[in-house]
Structure formats: structure tokens, C-alpha cells
Design a protein around this ligand. Structure first.
Ligand SMILES: *[C@@H]1O[C@H](CO)[C@@H](O)[C@H](O)[C@H]1NC(C)=O
Ligand SMILES: *[C@@H]1O[C@H](CO)[C@@H](O)[C@H](O)[C@H]1NC(C)=O
Ligand SMILES: *[C@@H]1O[C@H](CO)[C@@H](O)[C@H](O)[C@H]1NC(C)=O
Length: 364
């Protein structure tokens, strides 16, 4: 019996990296200000909440036949940004339809409480029964030195700023911008940029891919929320999507320090979860976390959707990686699929820097 139980534990498990649902743009341009009014920036929407809840209902079954979850059956860590906390609430509501309140109260006590900066507000949250989460205030949580969810930010890693300055003033970056400005889809895309940023003094000669990437990021929010139809043609979508991916895979996650800074903590957690006793582990975070992982796992460049899932599925001693149910060809072993866990760890361990805090500091 014991042998059987141990076997089932090791036999199959999965570690899921999850992105929050549909949100408002992080940084409103002139047009976004009109569309969103006083809705907070970078905030989950009701539509995003429903999306995450449905994703949980459709993709995960950890509850029993009556809809009750056992708190001990999963591990979860999560970012403390309000859009992620809202998504965690939606996720648990979908995951544990009958006892989500009990599960959430326990999770808030075990996990979020240590990051709370306001006891009164925290008590209000855990006594709320989570039936109207948009009435709650989640701005009162803070993780210091947050390498797990925001390792890419200069707050954690000051040297990233120095690196960015070098990239953005390089001849290569200028060359890419020149090429983009010669593309057939550039002129109408520049017009679109001006339409959304009326007060900007940027010109056709000075606009950069980084500015176009930001524009597309906001467009993706507005379209997902159904607030505005930009009527982009297929070629223009491809043009913008290629810029979007270029910014992530060739700029934000292209240098060793960027990989180490974003991935050292995440990978240490991942390895630990490979060998944990639960069958389900959840990392609730941001698209940045998934882009950082994707940039080293596979050669493919993919878009990380709202409520998107990057999942490591383990069967016996082999691992496969899926992005929204699509099997990825990994760099872990020659075949790219069914790689040994030990090969995956050996490969990924290159991106773990045990002294990342020290190596991120400027030494003057
Ligand atoms: C996961 O959820 C999404 C969104 O709800 C759904 O479209 C998809 O089919 C689900 N995948 C599986 C394997 O059930
Ligand atoms: C949750 O609390 C609200 C307001 O306090 C109340 O109206 C609602 O009935 C409660 N829901 C449940 C499921 O207890
Ligand atoms: C554009 O305007 C900003 C202030 O809004 C100013 O700092 C910048 O120098 C201007 N750029 C050009 C190219 O005129």
C-alpha cells in the first residue's frame, strides 16, 4: 500500500506558471485615458476575473466529487501585485467551488500575511468571504527584494539599468529601428501611434521599437477587454507581434545577467517543486516570468496570453513542457521531449546564480 502511494506521488505531477487575466494597460497613453477613465492602471478587470475562474474550472481538477478542495493537496506562491491577488481569488473560486473561502483564508494567512503592511486592511480582507473582491484593497502588500516575481526590475538588480543603457545606445539597436522604419507596415503603424499618443513629439525618424512594443501591449489589453477595435490587418498584426516578441526575446531576455536575475529564484523554486510531495504546484505571476523561462527553455518565440499557462508535466522521471496545452520542443535533451528530469535540471541550472544579489550591485 505504501509503495503504491509513493508510486502515485512520483508518477505524475505538474508545476504550472500562470499569468493573471485581462487587465487595463500598465501605462495609459492619451487614447487609453479616454477609454478607461479613472479605472486604475494595470488592474484586473471583471472580464479578466471571469476568464481566470473559467480557466481554473476547465483546466484543473483538484477538488473532490462534491467540489471541496484539500488545502494540503497543492503548493502555491504568488506575486503581491493587485492584478495577481485578484487572479488568485478567481483561480481558487474556480478550483474549489464549494470551500474557496476557507482555502483563501488559509492561503492569505500562510502566504500573503507576511507581506502585509496594514493589519486592519488584512483583517478586513480575510473576513470578507471574497464574494466581492473588487471592493477590497490589495495595494497594501509588499515583497522586499522581490527576485521571485520581479527579478528583472532595477529595484532588485541595479546593474540591469546599466545593461539597458548599453543596449539602447548600441549600433545594433539603432540598426533594428532603421529596418523597422522601412517596413511596409511602418507608416500606418506610426499613424496609429500618433492617434493614441496625440501629445507625443515623436517623429517617423525617432520612434523606436520599444515605443511600438508599448503601443501594442496596450492595444492587446483594449482588444481583449473588448473596449476598442483597431481593425488591424493580418500583416500589421504580424508586424506588431514580431516587434513585441523581439523586445522580449532579443532585448529584455537576451543577456546572461537578465536571465540570472529573473530566473535564479524561479528555477530554485521549480527544482524544489519537482521533488515536492504535492501533485500540483502553482506559480501565480506575470508574463515577464513566463517570457524569461521560455527564452531559455525553447528556441520558439511565443506570445504569453492573459490567463496563459506554462506547465511542466512530470511522468515518472521525465518532463514535458506545455504552453496552453501545446507541447514545446525544449533545449533540455536531444529529443526535446520526454527529457529526463536530471537533464532538465542540469540544463536549467546554468541560469541559476547563487550570488545574484551581489552580482546585481554596482561596484564603484
Ligand atoms: C483550458 O481552459 C481554456 C480556457 O477556459 C480552454 O479553452 C481549454 O480548452 C482548456 N484546456 C483543457 C485541456 O481543458
Ligand atoms: C458574503 O458576504 C456578503 C456581504 O457581507 C453577503 O451578502 C453574502 O451573502 C456572503 N456570501 C456568502 C456565500 O456567505
Ligand atoms: C519631446 O518632448 C519631451 C517633453 O515632453 C522633451 O523632453 C523631449 O526633449 C522632446 N523631444 C524632442 C525630440 O523634441
Amino acid at each position: 500500500m505504501l509503495v503504491f502511494i509513493l508510486f502515485t506521488i512520483i508518477n505524475s505531477k505538474q508545476v504550472s506558471f500562470l499569468r493573471h487575466g485581462i487587465r487595463s494597460p500598465n501605462d495609459y497613453n492619451d487614447q487609453d485615458k479616454e477609454i478607461w477613465g479613472d479605472y486604475p492602471q494595470g488592474y484586473l478587470t471583471q472580464k479578466g476575473f471571469d476568464q481566470v475562474k473559467l480557466m481554473a474550472t476547465n483546466n484543473f481538477t483538484i477538488h473532490d466529487e462534491n467540489g471541496y478542495c484539500n488545502y494540503e493537496s497543492f503548493n502555491m506562491i504568488s506575486s503581491v501585485k493587485p492584478r495577481v491577488i485578484h487572479s488568485v481569488i478567481a483561480f481558487i473560486q474556480g478550483l474549489c467551488p464549494q470551500n474557496y473561502n476557507e482555502i483563501l483564508v488559509q492561503y492569505f494567512m500562510d502566504y500573503y500575511k507576511q507581506y502585509s503592511t496594514d493589519t486592519q486592511n488584512f483583517d478586513k480582507i480575510i473576513n470578507s468571504n471574497f464574494s466581492d473582491p473588487f471592493k477590497l484593497n490589495f495595494e497594501t502588500f509588499k515583497i522586499n527584494n522581490d527576485f521571485m516575481f520581479h527579478g528583472h526590475k532595477s529595484e532588485q538588480c541595479p546593474l540591469i539599468d546599466v545593461l539597458d543603457d548599453a543596449i539602447y545606445s548600441s549600433a545594433e539597436y539603432e540598426e533594428i529601428n532603421k529596418q523597422v522604419r522601412q517596413h511596409k507596415q511602418f507608416k500606418n503603424t506610426f499613424k496609429l501611434y500618433k492617434q493614441c499618443n496625440r501629445n507625443s513629439n515623436v517623429t517617423e525618424e525617432t520612434i523606436t521599437i520599444t515605443q511600438l512594443k508599448k503601443l501594442y501591449s496596450n492595444i492587446l489589453c483594449n482588444e481583449a477587454e473588448g473596449l476598442y477595435d483597431y481593425n488591424l490587418n493580418t500583416e500589421q498584426i504580424d508586424f506588431l507581434m514580431n516587434i513585441f516578441k523581439f523586445q522580449y526575446f532579443e532585448i529584455d531576455y537576451s543577456q546572461p545577467l537578465q536571465h540570472q536575475s529573473t530566473l535564479s529564484y524561479i528555477l530554485k523554486w521549480l527544482f524544489q517543486e519537482f521533488f515536492s510531495e504535492v501533485e500540483e504546484s502553482f506559480f501565480y505571476g506575470h508574463d515577464d516570468n513566463q517570457y524569461a523561462l521560455l527564452s531559455v527553455i525553447t528556441k520558439e518565440q511565443s506570445y504569453v496570453k492573459f490567463a496563459g499557462r506554462l506547465q511542466f508535466k512530470i511522468t515518472n522521471d521525465e518532463v514535458n513542457v506545455f504552453l496552453d496545452d501545446r507541447l514545446l520542443i525544449t533545449n533540455f535533451c536531444r529529443e526535446g521531449v520526454n527529457c529526463k528530469i536530471s537533464d532538465a535540471i542540469r540544463y536549467l541550472n546554468k541560469y541559476v546564480n547563487p550570488n545574484i544579489e551581489r552580482d546585481c550591485q554596482l561596484i564603484i
